[in-house]
Design a protein around this ligand. Sequence first.
Ligand SMILES: [Zn+2]
Length: 72
Amino acid sequence: MTTQTTTHVAARSRAHGPTAALWHAVEVHRIVADLDGACELTVCGALARVTTEQDWPLTGTDVCPACTAQAR
Ligand SMILES: [Zn+2]
C-alpha cells in the first residue's frame, strides 16, 4: 500500500505595495533541500521564496491566512 504524504514548507513573499511580506506554505512532493531559495507557487497561488530555515506551520501575525487555512 502506497501512502502519499504531502508536506509543506514555509516560503516568504516579498512586500507588495501596502501589503507586508507574509509567510506562505508551499506544497512539496520532492526533497525540500532542492527547493531552498527557489521561488515557488504557494498554496494560495502567490509566488514566494522557499526557506528551509522555518518550519510550516508558522505562528505569528505575518502568516498568510489563506495558506494557514488550506495547508495543515
Ligand atoms: Zn499564502
